[in-house]
Design a protein around this ligand. Structure first.
Ligand SMILES: [Zn+2]
Length: 82
């Protein structure tokens, strides 16, 4: 017997448990890079300009596995695939 870690339902004795890598945590990465911009201005030639770009990139980090019941397993699996 186990307790579903997603809905909290207690399983029946002998009921199979399912493990799913369910939880991904959004993670924000801070990226800084330098970009060279070349501007062409008519009659005045080219002008180079360096700019520093500070950017936040979002990614995912696998947080944990859950032991879930069949209902939740199917639900979470569908969510993960979409
Ligand atoms: Zn459940």
């Amino acid at each position: 017997m186990y307790k579903c870690e997603f809905c909290g339902k207690l399983s029946k004795p002998g009921e199979k448990s399912y493990t799913i890598i369910a939880k991904k945590r959004p993670k924000v990465y801070h990226v800084v890079y330098t970009k060279l911009i070349i501007k062409r201005r008519p009659g005045k030639g080219k002008r180079k300009k360096k700019i520093r770009i500070s950017k936040l990139t979002k990614g995912w980090e696998i947080a944990k596995e859950l032991k879930v019941c069949l209902d939740c397993y199917n639900r979470l699996k569908n969510v993960a695939q979409s």
